[in-house]
Design a protein around this ligand. Structure first.
Ligand code: SF4
Ligand code: SF4
Length: 324
């Protein structure tokens, strides 16, 4: 048997599969906390890429960029575990108010550990996935830039490794911010970017960090869709949470563009997005995206081709359409 095949089998069945079983038990710890906000019947069903990866048949690598991405994946799992076990270390009566000075310090700390941008949002139950839970509903939402040079190679194993590096780094950052808050008397629940317990894109949009494009990805002014998202959930009541729509024009731009839809190799976007009762919209058929994603190094073509990945946000705003 080839070495790579042995390596795939070992990683899939001896490492990833048991870890996913443990992950289920860790997540249940949060679900079982009486005060947690659990997903309800109006909540979305989570499509969990690592769990889908182990279902891949035969000797297919369970994650894009394997084997180089494997250490990053293990790092992510360690940090998901930490995000849950650290809940025990929260103060029993956490502070509920934050002053401007501490908020500025939080912002500076988040930047110093690698966050690209930071915003605040309140999370309704409808954004929490079914069968999962978040401990608190006030979210400190984080973005982290993905490397442009390596994104522009997509689909490519090096792009996939870079994506896993970003997941791992952002997961560490999310835990560091939660720890920073605990040290100052606030309770916190770090949300990992990989297999998160709630939908991050609407959170990022509500936090003013960008706007969801026609492909469902958040288009940020700084890096377009070339970001990963995470959050730290807290019970701080006076975070500067407010809905902003200054980036709403992005969706009009998308109507003139649709490049991601045209260039998607397996044609995975629905012609007519599915509107749900809870106000959420599904634009992508995971059943078409995932097989291609799994076969071609995590794909990412829809991020690579987006004009916001190449041209400055303000320039595209001025231009208004993809075709002038
Ligand atoms: S990742 Fe690839 S297959 Fe999936 S939606 Fe984007 S372009 Fe399509
Ligand atoms: S590629 Fe075009 S349509 Fe797709 S998200 Fe980017 S701007 Fe919008």
């Amino acid at each position: 048997m080839k070495i790579k095949t042995r390596l795939i089998r070992f990683f899939k069945h001896r490492i990833l599969e048991p870890q996913m079983g443990r992950l289920n038990r860790w997540e249940k710890i949060v679900v079982d906390i009486p005060e947690a906000t659990r997903g309800g019947k109006n909540s979305p069903v989570r499509f969990n890429i690592p769990r889908e990866g182990i279902k891949l048949e035969g000797d297919h690598a369970p994650l894009p960029g394997f084997p180089k991405s494997a250490p990053q994946m293990i790092g992510s799992i360690i940090n998901i575990r930490k995000s849950i076990y650290d809940l025990e270390r929260n103060p029993t009566e956490g502070k509920k108010q934050i002053d401007t000075e501490t908020l500025d310090e939080l912002h500076s700390f988040a930047k110093s550990v690698g966050t690209s941008e930071i915003g605040y949002a309140t999370v309704p139950q409808e954004w929490v996935f079914q069968d999962t839970a978040i401990r608190y509903t006030q979210a400190i939402v984080l973005t982290m830039e993905m490397d442009k040079k390596r994104m522009d190679l997509a689909p490519n194993p090096d792009t996939a490794v870079m994506v896993h590096e970003t997941y791992n780094q952002l997961g560490q950052v999310s835990n560091k911010i939660a720890e920073w808050l605990r040290e100052r008397g606030y309770a916190a629940h770090a949300g990992h970017p990989l297999g998160g317990m709630a939908l991050y894109p609407p959170m990022a949009q509500a936090a003013g960090l960008g706007w969801r494009g026609i492909n469902g990805l958040v288009i940020t002014p700084e890096f377009g869709p070339r970001v990963r998202l995470a959050a730290v959930f807290t019970e701080i009541e006076n975070l500067p949470v407010y809905d902003r729509d200054e980036h709403a024009w992005v969706l009009d731009f998308c109507e003139s563009c649709k490049r991601c839809i045209r260039d998607c190799p397996p044609d995975a976007f629905y012609d007519e997005p599915i509107q749900h009762e809870n106000g959420l919209v599904t634009v992508l058929d995971n059943g078409k995206c995932f097989p291609y994603f799994a076969k071609f190094h995590g794909c990412s073509v829809c991020i690579k081709v987006c004009p916001f990945n190449h041209a400055p946000y303000e320039k595209l705003k001025e231009k208004k359409t993809a075709y002038l």
